[in-house]
Design a protein around this ligand. Structure first.
Ligand SMILES: [Zn+2]
Length: 249
């Protein structure tokens, strides 16, 4: 073997290694991208002045007043994961509770699906307790990807519900999105005024993992517009609504 040939072999080995390293870096890139976006969350926080509105925006930059508690919470009349009447998670605001009943009935009538409501209203105090526990377990950075800080949870609006089914053993898991029930929900929830709030392709903007189980009630008109144009609530409130109010002002 001559020297030239050995050099060529060594060089192609080096190129192969560089290629593999590049592929590895690109594969891990999405996770790092999320981290780069995260720090802007929980900065320049605005306290909302319309907590009772159906299109109130609650996220990592828009917060509900700590003392906000909806005045029209009602006990849910749908299959429940935990039937306890004292459990605040079994309550939603009246209009959302009625819409949820209609959504679950349609799933059953049209497809024979049995949906289960797992977690609805959550008070500020409960969120304080939960978030503190998650931070102790996982640290702030990780806890922030799956749990809201107090005042920043949509569940405090009384317009949000986590749902599940027996096909995922009552769990709140990404797999729900792949089940027949989860797919039907993604395509039909808007007919009853609900949106899947944290879609898979907008994680960096919502600041939350894909949550096919977390539904937010916004009313049929808004939900239909969000579904049709593949928006998130941020797009709708901060862009679509602003443009419309500008036209009417
Ligand atoms: Zn939720």
């Amino acid at each position: 073997m001559n020297r030239m040939r050995m050099l060529l072999i060594a060089m192609s080995g080096l190129l192969l290694t560089m290629g593999l390293v590049t592929v590895f870096l690109f594969q891990t890139h999405p996770a790092r991208e999320d981290e780069e976006v995260m720090p802007t969350f929980y900065q320049d926080i605005i306290e909302v002045d319309n907590p009772d509105s159906l299109d109130v925006l609650v996220n990592k930059n828009y917060r509900l007043p700590a003392d906000y508690e909806p005045s029209d919470l009602v006990f849910l009349d749908v299959p429940l994961y935990n039937k306890d009447e004292n459990n605040e998670a079994n309550y939603l605001r009246k209009e959302a509770a009625q819409a949820l009943k209609e959504l679950f009935e349609a799933a059953n009538d049209e497809k024979g699906y049995e949906l289960i409501a797992r977690s609805g209203y959550r008070s500020y105090e409960t969120q304080v307790m939960l978030y503190d526990r998650y931070v102790k377990e996982d640290g702030v950075e990780v806890a922030d990807t799956y749990s809201a800080r107090p005042g920043h949870s949509e569940h405090q609006t009384g317009l949000t519900i986590d749902i599940t089914s027996d096909s995922v053993h009552g769990g709140l898991t990404e797999t729900f999105g792949e089940t027949d029930e989860g797919k039907w929900i993604a395509d039909n929830a808007h007919r009853f005024g609900f949106i899947v709030r944290y879609p898979e392709d907008r994680v960096d903007e919502t600041g939350y993992q894909y949550e096919p189980w977390h539904l937010r009630y916004v009313g049929v008109e808004t939900a239909t517009s969000i579904y049709r144009d593949q928006l998130i609530l941020e797009d709708y409130v901060l862009n679509v609504m602003k443009q419309t109010s500008f036209l009417w002002d």
